[in-house]
Design a protein around this ligand. Structure first.
Ligand code: IVH
Length: 675
């Protein structure tokens, strides 16, 4: 029988190994429940034999009693900062300077890594055991946060593997992943506490706790990016080799660590990472390029606070501060009244932003926003810019409350607000010129009736001249009404009249979509057309019959019914048909006639025999859903030339893949013409 101390040691080694697989390699080796059993077994043994408890036991991470204050720590080697590059040119200048100092070396190998947005820390290990964790502080003096770093699962308490040096100082960034940050803030708000401003502040706040039991509940991680002190062992010759060695000893390193050649290699890494940036589970504010060979780093040396052998290439900031000049209220197609902040223009996330939606009054109250306040604008990727918070400290004395209008700011009709709904609406319907303009824009848009040339400005002018009172008036427009308007000559007027004429020949699905019924998008319109076959059947359908249509739930069924019982809407529909709007007759397709009902298709790559919109339409006509991403739920991927990651994912998941020819044969087999 093994003695207790051996059993304890074996359990610790086993748990450390599972921790490594889970936190460092992202490949859990056993189910959580099994891990918990091992952990509880170790806890029980240590409870019965407290004389065997040691600091490096995995049970000792949960947080000790609070400390009274933070001690100062002198770093044996300064923790330096990095110089910044903001453009490709800055990066090339950096590389040129490096090569000049290295006697005109032609191409320098660079190690590339993401620049994590967290808190820089130093971890000191002696004989393989974590003895101290410290913040960077001013670079020479930091604070002792050993009690807190010990609670972070991706920080080893004891190193594993071969060749462990006597003394090792590991440097890296402690950060909070986005998902953990959001969950933490949700918990805080639910308890009526203040939310953290961003993941970096949350990480900093968590590390500044005197009570490590609090830190232990925070979802922190550490990723290593360098070595400070190293003695009593064999140090690798390059940065990449060192990182891989740290990984073998039990540390997390970036999965995006890469070795490239020269400035060109760095720049192409930058372009790849810029695309990935918003999909990463943590925030990065740039990349770091480091001369890979330590020998060359040594030759290059330092200037004041920066090494000459490394540079941070910053991404455009995704958060900037600006001032709200006014708050205006816009009226949308369905009458929804939306407050919009007019901002002092600010460059953020790669574009200049001068407006940001504030959604509704609840959002304004949540932000506590006043006119003239300074605010933080966030814009990431292609998403709409957002006001994330007010900088209350900078509030000017003349800041004013935002007043919601008492009546529609465009037509003065009454405003309706349904109890429990955040959105207030103008009750004017199509008598409100703002709603009319939006309805006309929607009717003429590409996916609706596709009237080329009837754009936003022209619609505004025609409505303001009272030439367009409803969408049906489009078909009454004459050359003389259009020619002579701002930027409209004879030729453009002729073209527009021709485009209007052309639009008369359409499909039932497009026609239903173009009516602008609330919540009836393209897919729902197509389903309605397929199921009912003709317009009168849709107009007369009961809510119950509508509910049988794919994608139509109670709310949408109610909106459709409400639309078609209103006489003024029916008048417009009749007027449009009388003006000559028509579509080919469809066979009514009851649900059993949809052979691909609820099958999920993904289109990827270039389609050469038909447009992507056509392919989507035909699939929807057969009942399929068309999704933008491949998952386990995907039934089939149609891949044209140039298909990339979606095709690869489909293949790895064993999903049926059709090329375009096979896809066309499938359509034909269901009686759907290919074009
Ligand atoms: S190397 C001498 N690598 O950026 C080189 N720093 O402005 C020292 N950072 O204080 C830093 N990710 O907190 C390095 N992959 C990375 C990094 C990184 C984030 C932070 C670090 C440092 C600051 C430098």
């Amino acid at each position: 029988m093994v003695d207790v101390i051996t059993e304890i040691k074996q359990l610790r080694a086993e748990i450390d190994q599972h921790n490594y697989r889970y936190h460092i390699q992202d490949e859990p080796s056993i189910p959580d429940a099994e891990y918990d059993r091992l952990f509880q077994k170790l806890q029980a043994l240590e409870k019965d034999h407290p004389e065997y408890i040691s600091d490096d036991s995995p049970t000792q991470r949960v947080g000790s009693a609070p400390i009274s204050g933070f001690e100062e720590v002198q770093h044996e080697m300064s923790m330096l900062s990095l110089d910044n590059a903001f453009s490709e040119e800055d990066l090339r200048d950096f590389d040129r300077r490096v090569r000049e100092r290295l006697d005109g070396l032609l191409e320098v190998p660079y190690a590339c890594e993401p620049k994590l947005d967290g808190i820089a820390v130093s971890l000191m290990y002696e004989n393989g055991e974590l003895i101290r964790g410290a913040t960077r502080g001013d670079g020479s003096t930091g604070e002792n946060i050993t009690h807190n770093v010990r609670t972070i699962p991706s920080i080893p308490l004891r190193l594993m593997g071969e060749g462990i040096p006597n003394r090792l100082e590991v440097r890296g960034e402690i950060y909070m992943p986005k998902a953990g940050f959001n969950a933490l803030n949700e918990r805080a708000l639910a308890k009526g506490e203040k939310a953290f401003v961003n993941p970096r502040n949350a990480a900093a706040g968590s590390l500044r706790q005197l009570d490590a039991r609090i830190t232990a509940t925070r979802p922190l991680e550490m990723c290593c990016y360098g070595i400070g002190v190293f003695s009593g062992g064999e140090m690798p010759d390059t940065h990449v080799d060192s990182m891989q060695q740290l990984n073998r000893w039990g540390f997390k390193i970036s999965r995006y660590l890469e070795l490239v050649e020269g400035a060109q290699g760095c720049f192409s890494y930058y372009q790849r990472m810029a695309e990935l940036r918003n999909t990463l589970p943590y925030e990065i504010d740039g990349l770091v390029f480091k001369v890979d060979e330590y020998q060359l780093q040594k030759q290059l040396g330092f200037v004041s606070r920066y090494p000459r052998w490394a540079i941070a290439h910053k991404f455009p900031a995704q958060e900037e501060m600006t001032q709200v000049e006014s708050v205006e209220f816009q009226v949308g197609r369905t009458g929804a009244i939306t407050p919009v902040a007019r901002l002092k223009p600010v460059f953020v996330g790669g574009v200049t932003v001068s407006n940001a939606t504030l959604h509704n009054m609840d959002e304004i109250s949540r932000l506590g926003l006043r006119v003239k306040d300074w605010v933080i604008i966030h814009r990431a990727g292609e998403v709409i810019p957002k006001v994330v918070r007010v900088v209350v400290d900078k509030r000017p004395v003349d800041a004013e409350d935002v007043c919601f209008p008492q009546s529609c700011p465009v037509c003065d009709s009454d405003i309706e607000k349904i109890a429990g709904e955040a959105i207030a609406r103008c009750s004017g319907g199509l008598s409100c010129s703002a709603q009319r303009k939006e309805a006309l824009r929607h009717y003429a848009s590409r996916k609706a009736m596709n009237i080329d040339g009837l754009g936003e400005k022209l619609i505004d002018a025609l409505v303001d001249k009272e030439l367009l009172k409803s969408v049906a008036d489009i078909y009454l427009l004459q050359h003389k009404d259009i020619a002579g308007l701002d930027r409209m000559g004879d030729k453009s007027a002729d073209n527009l009249i021709a485009a209007i004429e052309n639009s008369k020949s359409t499909t039932l699905a497009r026609f239903i979509y173009s009516l602008g019924i609330r919540e009836v998008g393209e897919a729902t319109a197509r389903n309605l057309a397929n199921v009912f076959g003709d317009l009168s059947a849709v107009v007369e359908a009961s809510e119950e019959q509508l509910l049988a249509v794919p994608d139509v739930g109670e709310v949408v069924a109610h909106y459709i019914k409400t639309f078609f019982v209103q006489v003024h809407n029916l008048d417009v529909v009749t007027a449009l048909q009388e003006a000559g709007v028509h579509w080919p007759k469809l066979e009514s397709n009851n649900l059993e006639n949809q052979p691909l009902l609820n099958k999920v298709y993904v289109l990827t790559g270039t389609l050469e025999l038909m447009s992507r919109d056509d392919a989507k339409g035909k699939l929807q006509q057969l009942g399929a859903k068309v999704s933008g991403s491949v998952s386990k739920k995907t039934d089939c991927v149609v891949a044209g030339p140039g298909a990339g990651s979606k095709l690869a994912k489909a293949e790895s998941l064993g999903i049926l893949v059709l090329d375009e020819n096979a896809f066309v044969s499938l359509l034909v087999s269901y009686g759907v013409a290919a074009s």
